[in-house]
Design a protein around this ligand. Structure first.
Ligand code: SF4
Length: 440
């Protein structure tokens, strides 16, 4: 069984579409839609946090030297770790004949699995050079699973920069795993599944909270080991931990699982709403819910108070990068007193973001997609106190005296849940404090 991405449903606009902006509505608020040049990392970046999470998996990128360089520089910090990703650089002669390319992939995989018998799950990750796109990696994965399946499961997905923003690499990876999840027995009690990569420490915190509420059967996707893939079925209820998992959610729903509508677990309000959605679905009484969540809520509120002095009243501008922008803006505005000028998102999944949008103040401009020059003009004209953007825009904006925060850092850092709320606020406060020090 396969589950293919639905481009119209959960992907940002494809490049090359007309650049003139259009205005739409999202609920009762205006939405600026742009379809111009956009500057984002590609989906290969997801490997950087996914390979740390699934400890017996290996990510083999089928790509070019550019892909290899990107991964080397982006993930250079992992240089001393046992590598769990690599790039098979297909040379031009390999690409001249696609049959040769398939043979080459078979050779590389056989060599890799011989050297690394610890690999239980191998991802073949597609990239965007035009000749690589033509290689049928799904067919390669099926063929290789037959050969190596007794020990290693082989799955393929695309991390191509043409179709994705960097967080959608995770969406594509998890969606590719869904068909391989075992089926839960129809008469089993409902299970809670948390979907989206969380650092182990955060996963443990949420697991404890659910257990204290009496929700005993909780699983996480992705799991820490590929041998522990969670079973799913019509009784599974799932909570998204990340707002960029549209395809994964769709594939889970196709297998009968049901999504629990909730805000995302950032800050006190988001975390409480997210936990409450599970509590409600599993019949946890109000008293138990309050008792279990009160200590975390209080600790988080105290931690946020410390950052409020730096952030309150400051104006923030989000460029579209990760799809985390709307939940993070909600957190900054409602819990730290910031003002959001523009909240750009690469793609707005209206159903998954409905609870977030209901909490956002109507004054912030929402924009979807990007026309980078126009957006830079709006940003410069607004002179915000803080801009959240990609690495490529941060340096020029800093040179113009505008304080920036790299959005990719927010994906690498533990930021979910009560215990991380203070650290999340600090990630936004730090650049403002640094700028204030430089001015002295
Ligand atoms: S997949 Fe495409 S965008 Fe990403 S590093 Fe490779 S060549 Fe560049």
């Amino acid at each position: 069984m396969t589950c293919r991405p639905a481009l119209s449903d959960s992907h940002p606009p494809e490049p090359g579409t007309p650049s003139s902006p259009s205005f739409g509505v999202c609920g009762d608020r205006p939405l600026l839609r742009e379809r111009g040049q956009h500057e984002v990392f590609c989906g290969l970046a997801g490997i950087i946090w996914l390979h740390r999470k699934i400890q017996d998996a290996f990510f083999l990128i089928i790509g070019s030297r550019t892909c290899a360089h990107l991964m080397q520089s982006a993930a250079g910090v992992m240089i001393f770790a046992e590598p769990r990703f690599a790039t098979a650089v297909l040379e031009e002669q390999d690409l001249a004949g696609l049959a040769d390319a398939q043979d080459e992939i078979d050779r590389v995989v056989a060599r890799l699995l011989e050297r690394r018998p610890d690999i239980r799950l191998l991802f073949l990750v597609g990239s965007c050079p035009s000749e690589v796109i033509k290689i049928d990696l799904q067919r390669a994965a099926l063929r290789l699973s037959k050969v190596h399946g007794a020990r290693t499961r082989v799955v393929s997905y695309s991390g191509s920069g043409l179709e994705t923003t960097f967080t959608q690499g995770e969406d594509a990876c998890l969606a590719a795993l869904v068909p391989d999840l075992p089926s839960a027995a129809a008469d089993e009690a409902p299970d809670l599944l948390v979907v989206g990569t969380l650092p182990d420490v955060v996963e443990d915190q949420f697991g404890r909270l659910f257990a204290e509420m009496g929700i005993a059967r909780t699983a996480f996707l992705p799991p820490r080991r590929s041998t522990a893939l969670p079973a799913i079925g019509p009784k599974t209820r799932f909570l998204l931990a990340q707002p960029f998992l549209g395809d994964t959610a769709r594939c889970l729903e196709a297998r009968g699982a049901r999504r629990l509508a909730a805000p995302f677990p950032f800050g006190v309000e988001g975390t409480t709403g997210w936990l409450a959605a599970a509590a409600q679905a599993f019949g946890v009484d109000d008293l138990t819910f309050r008792r279990v969540t009160a200590p975390g809520r209080e600790r988080a509120a105290r931690a946020l108070e410390r950052q409020r002095a730096t952030l309150e009243g400051k104006r923030v501008f989000f460029f579209p990068e990760s799809q985390l922008e709307i939940p993070l803006a909600r957190f900054l505005v409602r819990e730290l007193g910031m003002e959001a000028i523009e909240i750009g998102t690469p793609y707005l999944h209206r159903a998954h973001l409905a609870e977030e949008l209901a909490l956002l103040p109507a004054t912030a401009l929402l924009s979807e997609g990007q026309d980078v020059d126009r957006q830079l003009d709006r940003c410069r004209a607004a002179r915000p106190d803080l801009v959240v953007c990609g690495l490529g825009l941060a340096n020029p904006l800093e040179a113009e005296g505008i304080t920036t925060k790299w959005s990719i850092e927010l994906v690498f850092s533990p930021i979910h849940g009560y215990e991380q709320a203070g650290d999340l606020a600090e990630l936004f406060a730090r650049p403002l404090l640094r700028r204030a020090l430089l001015k002295v």
